[in-house]
Design a protein around this ligand. Structure first.
Ligand code: R5P
Length: 296
């Protein structure tokens, strides 16, 4: 399979190619002063299966547009199959209409990818696992949703969090804490979280956990404003947790998030390289390469 690292995922794209033992195809790209993107593939793709690696944060709209340009161009020049590797899939949080007349954003994104010739979508910890089935029921795109949680837990296990308690910030993400607990071995639980859809204000019910003097890790799919993670960490510290790590697959790196989470008492804060930030401690290259090997 040909690996094409897109402009948003140069590091990860090259690491995936290296895991697969192939030379990546580079892409010529630039952004014009008015914000439009220019894309040119640099090697033929006729008759080949190609994997285009392009995450979609920061600047999700530009990154998505570049991905569409790369996918359609590969198709136009005869690629037999186009796999979009989107380590962090933007717009996945809007997988339902929460309010009347809202856009169904995830659906629109998948429609565009399909129209550009994408047959397979490889993502890491999509926001809502249930949306995978919803996409496949409605579109001709196969979705491969990989989990980086065991990798994060393995990393933490080596850094003194063996037997730590694993927590998810809400009930819907309990499967994340459960998967982490299989590696760390210290049990798992979840917070009761509610968010006001209009104001964005978060409320988290704090359980009486047997956490005093113990280590804990809060696992989430993403950190955006940092509000959710900070509240969870704060609650655990208030209940006497000795040390709390904040781990997530994707850090969107919004201004102020780090300070909020550190002030709450988290140490360390870590994520994967689905979006490259100073918190990327774990690479998903091997995980994605394994899936691409399967897809041939
Ligand atoms: C929500 O359902 C997600 O899993 C995350 O908890 C959320 O997106 C994190 O956002 P923030 O950092 O803005 O609280």
């Amino acid at each position: 399979m040909i690996v094409i690292p897109g402009p948003a995922s140069l590091g990860l794209g090259w690491r995936i190619a290296s895991e697969l033992g192939v030379e990546p195809h580079t892409v010529e790209h630039r952004v014009f002063p008015d914000g439009e993107s220019y894309i040119k593939l640099t090697k033929p793709v006729q008759g080949e299966a190609v994997a285009i690696v392009q995450t979609t944060s920061p600047n999700p709209d530009t990154r998505l547009m570049q991905l569409l340009l790369m996918a359609q161009t590969a198709k136009d020049f005869g690629a037999k199959r186009v796999v979009a590797v989107i380590p962090y899939l933007a717009y996945a949080r809007q997988d339902k209409r929460f309010l009347d007349l809202e856009a169904l954003s995830l659906d629109v994104v998948v429609r565009l990818l399909e129209a550009a010739g994408v047959s397979d979508l490889v993502v890491v910890n999509i926001h809502n696992e249930a949306s995978v089935r919803a996409i496949e029921a409605k579109h001709g795109v196969k979705v491969h949703n990989l989990s980086a949680v065991p990798l994060l837990a393995e990393y933490l296990k080596k850094k003194g969090f063996d037997r730590a308690y694993s927590l998810s910030p809400d009930k819907g993400a309990i499967y994340i804490a459960e998967a982490a607990s299989k590696v760390l071995g210290g049990g798992f639980n979840f917070f009761e979280k509610t968010r006001d859809r209009k104001t964005g204000e978060i409320r988290m019910e704090i359980k009486n956990l047997d956490i005093a003097g113990r280590r804990a890790v809060v696992f989430d799919d993403m950190i955006s404003s940092g509000g959710t993670m900070a509240k969870a960490v704060e609650a655990l510290k208030a209940q006497g947790a000795e040390r709390v790590a904040a781990a997530c697959t994707h850090v969107l790196y919004m201004p102020g998030a780090e300070e909020k989470i550190r002030t709450a008492g988290a140490d360390p804060i870590l994520s994967t390289d689905t979006i490259e930030t100073p918190f990327s401690r774990v690479t998903v290259a091997g995980l994605i390469a394994g899936k691409l090997r399967e897809l041939g």
